[in-house]
Write a protein that binds this ligand. Structure first.
Ligand code: PLP
Length: 373
């Protein structure tokens, strides 16, 4: 079987989406599934949609293109403010986009008019993450300008937290976002369909609050894909954390003497001291490296330790080695490892439990898993 590969359990993605959607729905919040960490993989986007995500979102138009080419027709939002050089594709492929620059909005408007379309605009407000966003004091004015432009329609406002700053949003920031929505509507009328509170880092707030005010959307990537809350790294109750598994192949075993355990601990001691070894009796070399993924984001399987990695090799220590050349070793990944591995050209993606409605009939009953690369 193709190695290295990522095995994706689509049923776990579906169930994770279902779990958050069922918890957020009753408090008035819809789920937008974010596909950027999986490069807009269509089957994964479809699993999010099947699990109850109302729409999908991605930061890159190339990923949106991949979703569309695979036949995904649900609303897709671009959640990074568009490049001027890509407005035609944005208008063609996305129902709406997050925006912070009036020049980009004007370019979207003129592209939309050229295609006889109306493009949705969601204004991104800066609320402390210090990444992209319109300052709150400028929001109403920009909203008013958008209202006057043909070709675009003001659909909502949104904020983002914990990406650049790593600081999770507070309940009072969510109240402020709601107040900003009211202010915009005071100027523009009741036009804001979407008030998007943020990303996976908002879940502790959303699941802990009795009232979520005007917030009616969250954009969730990491929580659905990995089942964890990004700021703490904690597992979210009821969610699967093992939808993705990275599988790498052993290309060498036990070819070295016990790891060199001699080191000059303190040069001033002018003598060598023997350090305890890592305890690992055998070293395995695997055919995967920094070029494929963020090695520090892999969790080592039980009874193995990470010795080191280079661009194309990963060295792990094991105490008792039942593995031989050609054996496979399985790793869980954090967000950074997942994101890099999904984009690596040499890593195949193997889909498990692809029960999506879009699958051709003859493939559905097969125990054999479908592989799409
Ligand atoms: C990446 C991103 C998200 C999704 O973040 P997760 O932490 O994966 O849920 C949401 N909104 C914006 C603007 C993003 O860039």
């Amino acid at each position: 079987m193709s190695c290295p590969r990522i095995e994706v359990d689509l049923s776990k993605i579906r169930r994770n989406t279902q779990t958050v959607a069922r918890r957020l729905g009753p408090i008035g919040i819809g789920v937008t599934g974010v596909t950027k960490a999986v490069c807009g993989h269509p089957a994964i986007g479809q699993a999010m949609h099947d699990g109850g995500a109302l729409g999908l979102a991605d930061a890159r138009i190339s990923n949106v293109q991949r979703l569309r080419q695979a036949g995904i027709t649900c609303p897709v939002t671009l959640i990074r403010t568009p490049m001027l050089s890509q407005v035609d594709e944005v208008v063609q492929l996305c129902e709406a986009s997050y925006n912070t620059e009036i020049a980009a909005i004007a370019a979207l408007a003129s592209a939309a008019i050229g295609k006889d379309k109306v493009h949705g605009i969601i204004l991104m407000v800066e609320m402390g993450d210090q990444r992209d966003g319109i300052l709150p004091e400028n929001l109403a004015d920009i909203a008013r300008q958008v209202m006057k432009m043909p070709g675009v329609v003001l659909k909502g406002i949104g904020a983002n937290f914990a990406c650049l700053s790593g600081v999770a949003p507070t309940a009072s920031q969510m109240v402020v976002l709601g107040t900003l929505a009211n202010e915009v509507e005071g100027v523009c009328g009741p036009v804001l369909k979407t008030v998007s509170g943020g990303n996976s880092a908002n879940l502790p707030w959303a699941l802990g609050e009795q009232t979520t005010g005007r917030i009616n959307d969250l954009r969730l990537g990491e929580a659905i894909l990995l089942g964890v809350e990004p700021v703490s790294g904690d597992r979210i109750a009821g969610m699967h954390t093992d939808a993705f598994t990275l599988v790498a192949e052993v290309i060498e075993t036990d070819a070295k003497p016990t790891p060199f355990s001699v080191a000059l601990v303190d040069p001033t001691l002018a003598r060598l001291r023997i350090l305890p070894t890592s305890g690992a009796a055998t070293r395995l070399i695997l055919a995967i490296g920094y070029q494929d993924t963020d090695i520090s984001g892999l969790s080592m399987p039980a009874a193995t330790t990470l010795i080191g990695a280079t661009s194309d090799h990963l060295v792990v220590g094991v105490n008792r080695c039942a593995l031989e050349t050609g054996s496979e070793v399985r790793f869980q990944m954090n967000y950074s490892a997942l994101m890099h591995a999904m984009a690596a050209p040499d890593i195949a993606v193997k889909l498990l439990h692809d029960g999506s409605a879009r699958q051709p009939r003859h493939a559905q009953g097969k125990p054999e898993h479908l592989t799409l690369v």
